[in-house]
Design a protein around this ligand. Structure first.
Ligand code: THU
Length: 130
């Protein structure tokens, strides 16, 4: 799985986003160390607080399937109808990453045509972790 393929998987996952309240659609593609990909999209709710981000949907789907070891996540987000723009993971999703990921876990942000790669250690220094 190349970085470009992972970004493309995130863009495809974004098509399933359910976001009638923010009109902001996010897709995530999470790569395990053994090469399997789990995807997620944001799912909003009329009561607002039950809303979950694309990243957490991908992580929980993976963990639910017995996965514990992760290599990378691609995240694409943006207003509905627009091409995705730069979308950084929220603090809650970073905390979920801290439960399962090491500092060298890779985070790909942008679009499939133009993305930057960060490490988890870069985006969440001093994380509270297990
Ligand atoms: N959202 C994500 O899915 N991931 C992020 O990293 C940031 C925000 C979602 C939550 C909500 O449905 C919408 O984007 C606007 O905040």
């Amino acid at each position: 799985m190349t970085d470009l393929e992972l970004m493309t998987a995130a863009e495809k996952a974004r098509e399933c986003a359910y976001s009638p309240y923010s009109d902001f659609k996010v897709g995530a593609a999470l790569l395990t160390k053994r090469g399997k990909v789990y995807v997620g999209c944001n799912i909003e709710n009329a009561s607002f607080t039950p809303t979950v981000c694309a990243e957490r949907v991908a992580f929980f789907e993976a963990v639910k399937n017995g996965e514990r070891d992760f290599a990378a996540i691609a995240i694409v987000g943006g207003k509905s109808g627009d091409n995705p723009t730069f979308c950084a993971p929220c603090g809650v999703c970073r905390q979920v990453m801290a439960e399962f990921c090491q500092k060298d876990f890779r985070i790909l942000l942008g679009t499939k045509d133009d993305f930057k790669v960060y490490s988890f250690g870069d985006v969440f220094p001093l994380a509270f972790s297990p």
